[in-house]
Design a protein around this ligand. Structure first.
Ligand code: BEZ
Ligand code: FE
Length: 301
């Protein structure tokens, strides 16, 4: 009986060593028995980096429990409309890193940024030139441009889907009682010259939802919760990789400190104030109005 026990203990020590601080990662890895190779790879890396983090920081038990409580509250904040973990990933610059890794583009192609939580699949289709501002509030803006591939070949029939906040920094879905449904969002198609254009208003910067743990963390880090003024756009066409991107306004006070790290230099688009009455009339807006030319370059699959 005694010898059986000893033999059993010896086997265990050889195959799966007991936990030690030094060999903590090996203790975990030796017990991995996944059928899914990718899952095994992800878990091994996760634990390797997590243990390295703990060894670096050496948290007290109280500090570790503060972290656990923070993650618990992050989960408790989530519901059908609110995804606090995505906000956490956004403010830690992880969303933009995942986006960058998954959307490496050749030089000259329109760069991607995060989708954000205010995208709606169900959005109106418009003819070029339509006004997506349904309540007439804000400074008029005309956006116009061309869709082409990296060789300068124009693309007809590309879909340009846009959505943006209003002049006070709120999306339609945040103010269902104050803004018309589908205010400041819509879909356009490039014409036979690859051109699209629409009328809108100049959007304002806005804070990301900051009444939960992600917002509290921003405060603790000494950071503000603002995203600089922008228009979201998704450009897609048959046979091409679609791109999810933004048009940023260079005059915004938050252009250099986006709380979700979403700004890329190539996506800051110059715009002008046009005071000429005849041009305003031609575009169906009142003078003065803002004009932004935003071309898009998408890449063949
Ligand atoms: C947005 O641009 O709509 C957005 C992106 C990330 C977090 C919150 C909002
Ligand atoms: Fe946004």
């Amino acid at each position: 009986m005694l010898s059986e026990n000893v033999a059993h203990r010896a086997d265990t020590i050889d195959d799966t060593p007991y936990f030690t601080e030094e060999d903590s990662v090996e203790s975990f890895v030796n017990r991995l028995n996944c059928n899914d190779e990718r899952l095994a790879e992800v878990l091994e890396s996760l634990v390797k980096h997590l243990h390295a983090f703990i060894k670096d920081v050496e948290p007290t038990v109280e500090e570790w429990m503060t972290g656990i409580k923070f993650l618990t509250e992050t989960g408790q904040m989530c519901n059908e409309w609110r995804q606090e973990y995505i906000l956490l990933s956004d403010v830690l610059a992880v969303s933009m890193l995942v986006d960058a890794i998954n959307h490496r583009k050749p030089t000259g192609a329109t760069e991607s940024t995060v989708l954000g939580p205010f995208y709606l699949e169900d959005t109106p289709d418009y003819e070029n030139g339509a006004n997506i501002c349904l309540d007439g509030k804000g400074e008029p803006l005309v956006v116009s441009g061309r869709v082409s591939d990296q060789n300068g070949q124009i693309i007809e029939g590309a879909m340009i889907e846009v959505w943006q906040a209003n002049a006070e920094g709120f999306y339609d879905v945040q103010q269902p009682d104050l803004q018309p449904a589908c205010n400041l969002r819509g879909r356009f198609r490039s014409d036979s010259d690859g051109r699209y254009w629409f009328r809108s208003i100049k959007p304002r910067h806005y804070p990301i939802p900051d009444d939960g743990p992600a917002g509290r963390l921003l405060g603790l880090m000494g950071r503000h919760p603002y995203r600089p003024a922008h228009i979201h756009a998704i450009i897609s066409a048959d046979g091409y990789d679609s791109v999810t991107t933004h048009l940023y306004f260079p005059d915004c006070p938050y252009i250099n400190s986006d709380t979700v790290f979403g700004v890329k230099e190539s996506r800051i688009i110059a715009f002008d104030l046009i005071e000429d009455e005849r041009q305003a009339e031609k575009m169906g807006v009142e003078a003065p109005f803002w004009f932004m030319q935003a071309d898009f370059v998408i890449v063949r699959k």
